[in-house]
Design a protein around this ligand. Structure first.
Ligand code: FES
Ligand code: FES
Length: 158
C-alpha cells in the first residue's frame, strides 16, 4: 500500500505493509530520537508530533498518516543548533539517561504550539504521558518553566 506524508519537512512516499506502525517505520529510517519503549502507548518514549499534536508512534499505523505532517526531534535539532527546550534541559541537568527526553521535548513543544499562557500544572500535565524513571520531573519542569517564561507564555509560576 502506497502512503505519502511529510516527515520533518520532506515528502515521503513509501510502500508499506498493512499493520506496520509509525514507530517501526521511523526506526527503519534511522530516526533515533523516537525510542522503542513499552510498545503499548504507556511510556511516551516514541512520541512524535502529528499535525502539531504529540502522539505515541507505537499506536499509530503507518497507513493512517497518509497526507499528514509528522515531526520528530530531528526536525528541530542538530549537533550545532539545539531546540531552546533542549538547551534549557541541558543547562538544568534535566536529562539523565535521556531515554525519555525526546518525548518530553515534543510534548512540551506541542503545548507551546497551542500558543496560550500556561501554568506549572499544565506543564506537568503535558509531561503526564512521558514516563521518566530518573529525574522525578523536577529538573524537566524547571527547564520548561525557563523557556516558557522567556517566551512569556507562562502565567504566575510558583
Ligand atoms: S513505546 Fe510507544 S508509548 Fe511506549
Ligand atoms: S532521564 Fe532517564 S528515563 Fe527520564
Amino acid at each position: 500500500m502506497i502512503v505519502q506524508f511529510e516527515l520533518n519537512g520532506k515528502l515521503v512516499k513509501t510502500d508499506v505493509k498493512p499493520g506496520k506502525t509509525l514507530l517501526e517505520f521511523l526506526r527503519d529510517q534511522q530516526i533515533h530520537s523516537v525510542k522503542h519503549g513499552c510498545d503499548h502507548g504507556e511510556c511516551g518514549a516514541c512520541a512524535v508530533l502529528l499535525e502539531n499534536r504529540s502522539v505515541n508512534a507505537c499506536l499509530i499505523l503507518i497507513h493512517s498518516v497518509d497526507g499528514k505532517k509528522i515531526e520528530t526531534l530531528e526536525n528541530f535539532s542538530t549537533h550545532e543548533h539545539l531546540h531552546p527546550l533542549q538547551e534549557s534541559f541541558l543547562q538544568a541537568g534535566a536529562a539523565q539517561c535521556g531515554y525519555c527526553t525526546p518525548g518530553m521535548l515534543l510534548s512540551l513543544e506541542a503545548l507551546d504550539r497551542e500558543g496560550h499562557p500556561v501554568d506549572e500544572a499544565e506543564l506537568r500535565d503535558a509531561l503526564n504521558g512521558n514516563l521518566c524513571r530518573c529525574t522525578g520531573y523536577v529538573k524537566p519542569i524547571e527547564a520548561a518553566q525557563k523557556v516558557f517564561q522567556n517566551s512569556k507564555k507562562t502565567e504566575a509560576l510558583s
